[in-house]
Design a protein around this ligand. Structure first.
Ligand code: ADP
Length: 343
C-alpha cells in the first residue's frame, strides 16, 4: 500500500500524456457536430484511462495477467460508452436543431408582431384623427350646408367601413402569426369558389369599369380550407380590380402540374417595379401610390395587409403564392396540393 502514491503518479502521468493532446484535438473539433464532439470526449477519456493503466504496467506494478484483465475491462467499457455517446450525441444534435428552429420561428413571430404594432400605431391614428375632426365639425355645427353635412356623413361611413376592414385584417393576421388557424383541410373544387368570388367582386368591378373573366373550362380541386381559400381569392381579386385601369380586364385561370393545382389572377396594372416584387407579400408593404389608378392617398386597395394575409393563409394550407409581371400587368399564382377529382 506504500506504493499507492507512486502508482497514482504513474497513472496520472500516463493519463496526462494522452489527455493534454486530446484536449487540444477537442478544441479543434469544437465547430464540428455535437456527435463528433461527444465521441471525441469519450475517446479521450477511455484513451487516458488506458494510458494510465499501461504506464502503471510498464513500471511493473501489474502482472501480465492482470494487465490483460484490465485491458479487456477497459475495451468493454470503451465500446459501451462510445455507443452510448454516439446515440446521445445524435439525440442532442436533433434537439439542438429543433431548438434552433423554435428560436427562429419565435424570432419571426416577434418581428411580425413588432411590425404590426408599428403599423397599427402609424396607420390607424391618421384615419382616426380624420374621423374625430369630421365628427367634431358636425357636433359644433361648423359645417351647416346640407350638401357638406351629407358628404361628411358619407365620408364618416366610408372611413368606418375601411377601419372595420382593417381591424378584420389585423385580426386575421394576428391569428396567422400566432399559428392559431386550426384549419380543416378537405377537397375544395376551385370552380365554385372562383364563381362565388367573382360574383361578390362584380359590383366593385363594374363601378371601376373593369371586366373580370374566368377562362378555365374545367377547374381543378385542391386540398385546402374553403373559407380561407375564398378569402385568398377575394383579396387577390380586390387588388387586381383596384390596380387595373378603367376598361381593363382581370383574368382568373387555373390548371394542374402533376400533384399541384394552380390558380392565377392576372391584371392590367402596368407591372410592379422589379424591386418591389419580392416585398409585396410583406406586412404593411405598399407600392408607390402613383401606380394606382384609384389612389386614395394611402395608395392601396386595403391597408397593406391583404397580400400578407394571402401568403399566410396559402402557406397554412401547405401551398405557396408567387407574383410576376406578365403582359400589361402582373400575375399572382397560388399553388396548392391537388386532389384527384376535378371540380
Ligand atoms: P394594399 O393593396 O392594401 O396596399 P396589399 O398587401 O394587398 O395591400 O398589397 C401590397 C402592395 O402590393 C400594394 O400596395 C401594391 O403596391 C401591390 N399590389 C398588390 N396587388 C397588386 C396588383 N394586383 N397589381 C399591382 N400591384 C399590386
Amino acid at each position: 500500500m506504500r506504493d499507492l502514491p507512486l502508482i497514482a503518479g504513474f497513472a496520472l502521468a500516463g493519463a496526462l500524456a494522452v489527455a493534454v493532446p486530446g484536449a487540444l484535438v477537442l478544441r479543434l473539433l469544437r465547430r464540428r457536430s455535437v456527435t463528433v464532439h461527444v465521441l471525441g470526449l469519450l475517446t479521450v477519456t477511455v484513451a487516458a484511462a488506458l494510458a494510465g493503466v499501461l504506464a502503471v504496467a510498464q513500471a511493473m506494478f501489474i502482472s501480465p495477467h492482470d494487465l490483460q484483465v484490465l485491458l479487456a475491462v477497459l475495451a468493454a467499457a470503451g465500446v459501451v460508452s462510445l455507443a452510448i455517446g454516439w446515440w446521445s450525441g445524435r439525440r442532442l444534435a436533433r434537439d439542438a436543431v429543433w431548438a434552433d428552429q423554435v428560436r427562429e420561428r419565435e424570432r419571426q413571430v416577434e418581428a411580425g408582431r413588432r411590425e404590426l404594432v408599428a403599423w397599427v400605431s402609424h396607420d390607424l391614428r391618421t384615419p382616426l384623427a380624420g374621423l374625430r375632426a369630421m365628427a367634431e365639425a358636425l357636433e359644433d355645427r361648423v359645417v351647416a350646408d346640407p350638401d357638406t353635412v351629407h358628404e361628411y356623413h358619407r365620408r364618416l361611413r366610408v372611413e368606418a367601413d375601411r377601419m372595420a376592414q382593417l381591424v378584420d385584417d389585423l385580426f386575421e393576421l394576428s391569428r396567422i402569426h400566432a399559428d392559431a388557424l386550426h384549419l380543416t383541410l378537405s377537397a375544395v373544387p376551385l370552380g365554385d369558389l372562383v364563381s362565388d368570388a367573382i360574383a361578390s367582386a362584380e359590383p366593385v368591378a363594374a363601378a371601376h369599369g373593369v371586366r373580370v373573366v374566368a377562362t378555365e373550362p374545367s377547374w381543378p380541386a385542391v386540398t385546402g380550407s374553403e373559407p380561407e381559400l375564398g378569402r385568398v381569392i377575394a383579396n387577390l381579386l380586390r387588388n387586381a380590380i383596384h390596380y387595373t385601369p378603367h376598361d381593363g380586364t382581370v383574368v382568373v385561370s387555373a390548371g394542374r402540374d402533376r400533384d399541384t393545382a394552380w390558380l392565377a389572377v392576372a391584371d392590367g396594372c402596368g407591372g410592379i417595379p422589379e424591386a418591389d416584387l419580392p416585398r409585396v407579400f410583406d406586412v404593411a408593404f405598399r407600392g408607390e401610390p402613383a401606380r394606382s389608378p384609384r389612389s386614395r392617398g394611402n395608395g392601396g386597395a386595403g391597408g397593406g395587409l391583404g397580400l400578407a394575409i394571402v401568403r399566410g393563409l396559402v402557406e397554412a394550407q401547405g401551398g405557396r403564392v408567387d407574383v410576376a409581371n406578365s403582359g400589361t400587368g402582373c400575375r399572382f399564382v397560388v399553388r396548392l396540393p391537388a386532389v384527384a377529382a376535378r371540380g
